[in-house]
Ligand binder design. Sequence first.
Ligand code: TXA
Ligand code: MG
Length: 355
Amino acid sequence: MKKTQLLRVTHLEQDRETIDTAARILRQGGIVAIPTETVYGLAADATNPQAVAEIFAAKGRPADNPLIVHIPYLDQLKDLVTRIPPEVEPLARRFWPGPLTLVLPKSDRVPLITSGGLDTVAVRIPAHPVARAVLDRAGVPLAAPSANRSGSPSPTTATHCQDDLWNRVDAILDGGECQVGVESTVLSLCTPVPTLLRPGAVTLEQLQEVLGEVMVDPGVLQHLGDDAQAHSPGMKYTHYSPRAQVILVRGDAEQYGEYLAREQQDGDYAMCFEEDIPFLDLPLVSYGSRTDHLRQAHELFDVLRMVDKLEAKRVFVHAPDPQGVGLAVYNRLIRAAGFLVVELGTDPPPPGEPQ
Ligand code: TXA
Ligand code: MG
């Protein structure tokens, strides 16, 4: 067992020593939960196989699920990859630093344990000032998956990290709440056509503006069995699951309200939009307005953790519209629900979903 240090950064300029402490632990092969603009990451030196092994152990993460490697500046990308495809330049100009991860051909600098045995590596340049300061001071690329126990909702506050990883990591660096709230968009540039592996705050529509054609990997919205050849190995695992059973419900506010009036039992909660509240007569938590996908993304994981604190038995989630950042919210919820979706309305299916 480790003894976790809780570190806190409130003012980057005044808290330089705290950043140095986190960076020193990382340089010495330790593991530290750090804030990013998407979710908290559990960081280690991406080039140190022993340190990376500690990430897998602390999270209870399957060894074939690769990690994202974080760097502070674009000029460090060339060390991690064997080739920089032409799409990188316009994508980096528009979206980096920020919530976009690119899958690229891996160089020998990245150990196989970091890439889950693959010959590709996922790379991101984060925007969060604390993450950037730690990267700068550590002076090594940092592998960082989301800082939750494998399978549970990703952490968007230092408290979430403490709940999952206390005395399993060397330090937790509290930098406040994450702004985006869902993990980065993952785009593979190792496929014949750029392929969206995981939707995030950089939207499919925005990627299409820059690249023209973008494929959506089937795993974004469908269940891939254990032995499916998932392009993104992470997508085949159960994810984001609270202990409560999650059921995703598609339809309008009235249909959702009528359905719940028929179905509801003791221990049920509605995870709903603000607009639904007048139609509901059961315990509820709202995760924003139906049209405000950014707010839904920001609230999502906190609300999924909250329903467990409330000891909900079942949570009926009103499904977001799968456009823009809504696709990212939908993608996480459909996994939280184990792909259990109740169709009440005539909404068009999300992109890439079988009819
Ligand atoms: O926003 C984020 O991306 C956060 C912060 C900390 O940066 N990190 C994060 O990491 O969400 P993680 O490990 O929870 O999710 C990484 C996803 C997984 O689904 C993994 O399978 C996929 O990216 N991935 C990583 N490397 C890959 C590769 N070489 N090829 C395909 N998918 C890859
Ligand atoms: Mg994760």
